[in-house]
Structures are given as structure tokens and as C-alpha cells.
Design a binder for this molecule. Structure first.
Ligand code: PLP
Length: 389
């Protein structure tokens, strides 16, 4: 069988060797992290080490880390009108978010649908800050307090949002700020303190940890979102349910490696991605690079061959040995028009052709070469058919 090239890290990254070792070792051990016997205390110590490793990845205090089962659960935990700060109840009347968020945020979760306001983005997918200002001012004038949730980087395009600026503006109106960093974590350096956001979501399987773990990290560990479900007092009463110790420990191991490598990986992976993009654009002038000229993750490329449906391109490249995604692939595997590209005003004909290549820790030069070879084999036939249609 020919070697495959995996360019779908934004969907799920391969498990890193150190995470795999940590997972297997912890699976083989016994111990509920809440038990007081020695097995339990060992599990607790491992979870707390992972807590420090995940906190370091985003430059936060380990006490703010609330382990969850995935990024979606972390977003769900954050998006609630009801918080406590110490013994003081805080409530938020409206959720302000952007049109390009992942569906894990866009649905607004525990905010009623009519309390969710979706803010527009510009043609490059960046939040229109003047619209944020106007919404904050409007709600404040009406006596409504806002929770603002703006992603750090987009899963389809890699576009990085001005979250620091969002936090500064929102805090002027006493709003709370959440950012979904599920795609940004491990791909660019992150400091929660520098960003100034109050809450940040991350997910293990995007950084080379095992599936089954995520985290919501709170900058001020006294701030507590209303729990999603009731039960035991795990995670200091912030997330009930026995901790998934093996996945959490693997998450910690992946976070530690990603943190240690991130500065170098930004350069290495950026060069791989840029190499693929420039070779493709030179050989196939018909190929459209969506959002090339904006601050974006170094690993993500969003490309379209107008007239060739994205799923056709994904299948042709898959047969040629390369795994990448249709830009708008949703969790069910069905492909519909991308809400992200639509919000950016990308014409539907181009949006329907958009595919996403995403690199990561396991990618190397050989992947770029193999991907180029696959594009060379697949694209001429696809182009001929698109012209004949
Ligand atoms: N947020 C973003 C930006 C994502 O890309 C994803 C997954 O693709 C999620 C949230 C959901 O994360 P998880 O798959 O861990 O639930």
C-alpha cells in the first residue's frame, strides 16, 4: 500500500507518541482521582500534572483549568448566562458572537435563541470591531450585560481573530469574554493573560492528545460558570463526573510537547504549508487561495477549484493517497454550504469548491511532495470535467 499523507489535523491530529505512552500507561493503572487510597492519590497527582501542562499551553493558572470531555463541552460550559464569582452571582443577558464560529459556539447553548446576537465579519473573516462596539454600547444603554465569545482561530480558514482587542473593548462595558482556542492551541503561542480574555476552550484531539478530553480554562479561578450537569464535586464542583484520567494524562503529555515545540513549529509548519500553496498556485492558476493575505494559523490552507465540488476533490485526492477535508465538512461527514465562507461573502460557486488542508506535528517535507503528486494526478481530470460541464 502506498504511504498516505494526512493533511487533516484541524479535524483530528494523530496521537503523539508521548500522549500514546501516557494513555496506555494510565489505562493499565487503576484509580479514581477522587479516592483517598494510594491508587486514587496517584491518579489525582497525574491529573494535576496534566492540569499544569494544559495551563502552560495557554499561559494560565492551573487552578483555572476545568477538564471536560471535549472542546464542545468546554464551549457549552462557558456559554451560560449564569456565573458565580466567589459568593457573588453574575448574570449575562445576551451572548455576542461572530458569524464564523464553530457550531459548538454558534448555537449559543444555554442562552435562549433570542438572546444570541451574531456579529458580522469582513471579507477576510475577521470580526468587524465597529459592529462589536455598537452592539456593546446598545446593550449597555439598555441595561443588558453581555458575554462575548469570539474564536481565536477559525477551523476552516485558520484566520486569527483580534481577541485581545475584543477583550479590551468588551471589558469597557463590563462584559465577560470567552475565546474558543480549539484550533489555535499548540499551533501559535498563547498567553491568556496577554489576550485578556476571561475564559478559553481547548481540546485534546486537535493537539495530538487522545480523544475524550478538553478543558475550559478560567483566568480568574474564582469565576465559575453554572455547571452543565449535576453530580459529584469533581473539578472543584465545576464539572461533575469521574475524570477521564487516561485521556486527561495524555492531553497533558500532548500539551507539554506542543508547548515546548510551538515557536519552532510555527516556522517549520508554516514553511510546509506555504510551500504547498505556492507550488499549487504556480502549477494550477485556476486554484483560488481563500484568505491568503491575513493573519492566519501557519498550518491551515483553504483552497478552491471553482466548478469542482469540494467532495469530488476530496474523494479524488483520497484515492490518490491524501486525506484532507471539504471546507464545510461537518461532523456528520455531509457537506453543505460553509457558513464561514458565506459570512465572508465568498460566492457560492467558489465556497462549494473549498477544501482545507491542515498540517501538524506529524507533517514533513515528504507530505508536501506526496500531496503535490496527488494534486498533479487528480486535478487535470477534474478540471477537464468542470470545463465540459
Ligand atoms: N471549536 C472549534 C473551533 C473546532 O474546530 C472544534 C472541532 O472541530 C470544536 C470547537 C469542537 O471540539 P471537539 O471536537 O473537541 O468537541
Amino acid at each position: 500500500m502506498t504511504e498516505r499523507t494526512y493533511l487533516d489535523h484541524n479535524a483530528t491530529a494523530p496521537v503523539r507518541p508521548e500522549a500514546m505512552a501516557a494513555l496506555m500507561e494510565t489505562l493499565a493503572a487503576t484509580g479514581n482521582a477522587s479516592a483517598i487510597h494510594s491508587e486514587g492519590r496517584t491518579a489525582r497527582a497525574l491529573v494535576d500534572r496534566a492540569r499544569a501542562q494544559v495551563a502552560a499551553l495557554v499561559g494560565a493558572d492551573p487552578r483555572g483549568v476545568i477538564f471536560t470531555s471535549c472542546g464542545t463541552e468546554a464551549d457549552t460550559l462557558a456559554l451560560t448566562p449564569d456565573y458565580m464569582r466567589g459568593s457573588e452571582a453574575l448574570s449575562f443577558d445576551v451572548l455576542l458572537t461572530s458569524a464564523v464560529e464553530h457550531s459548538a459556539v454558534l448555537r449559543g447553548h444555554r442562552f435562549a435563541a433570542d438572546k444570541v446576537e451574531i456579529l458580522p465579519v469582513d471579507a477576510r473573516g475577521r470580526l468587524k470591531l465597529d459592529e462589536l462596539d455598537a452592539a456593546l454600547a446598545r446593550h449597555a444603554t439598555a441595561g443588558r450585560r453581555a458575554l462575548v465569545s469570539i474564536m481565536l482561530a477559525n477551523n476552516e480558514t485558520g484566520v486569527i481573530q483580534p481577541v485581545g482587542e475584543v477583550a479590551r473593548r468588551a471589558h469597557d462595558y463590563d462584559a465577560l469574554v470567552h475565546t474558543d482556542a480549539v484550533q489555535a492551541a499548540g499551533r501559535i503561542p498563547i498567553s491568556l493573560a496577554e489576550l485578556g480574555a476571561d475564559l478559553i476552550s481547548v481540546s485534546a484531539h486537535k493537539i495530538g492528545g487522545a480523544p475524550g478530553a478538553g478543558a475550559l480554562i478560567v483566568a480568574d479561578h474564582d469565576l465559575r460558570p453554572a455547571p452543565v450537569f449535576g453530580g459529584g464535586g469533581q473539578e472543584r464542583g465545576r464539572r461533575a463526573g469521574s475524570e477521564n484520567v487516561p485521556s486527561i494524562v495524555a492531553f497533558g503529555a500532548a500539551a507539554a510537547r506542543a508547548f515546548a515545540d510551538v515557536e519552532g513549529e510555527v516556522v517549520r509548519i508554516g514553511a510546509l504549508r506555504d510551500g504547498l500553496e505556492s507550488a499549487l498556485r504556480c502549477e494550477f492558476p485556476e486554484l483560488v487561495l481563500l484568505v491568503g493575505d491575513v493573519d492566519r494559523l501557519p498550518n491551515t490552507s483553504c483552497l478552491a477549484l471553482p466548478g469542482v465540488p469540494a467532495e469530488t476533490m476530496v474523494i479524488a485526492l483520497d484515492l490518490a493517497g491524501v486525506a484532507l477535508s471539504a471546507g464545510a465538512a461537518c461532523s456528520s461527514g455531509k457537506v453543505g454550504p460553509s457558513h464561514v465562507l458565506a459570512a465572508m461573502g465568498v460566492p457560492e460557486r467558489i465556497a462549494r469548491s473549498a477544501v482545507r488542508a491542515s498540517f501538524g506535528w506529524s507533517s514533513g517535507e515528504a507530505d508536501v511532495e506526496r500531496a503535490l503528486g496527488a494534486f498533479r494526478r487528480a486535478l487535470p481530470g477534474l478540471l477537464r470535467r468542470a470545463r465540459a460541464a
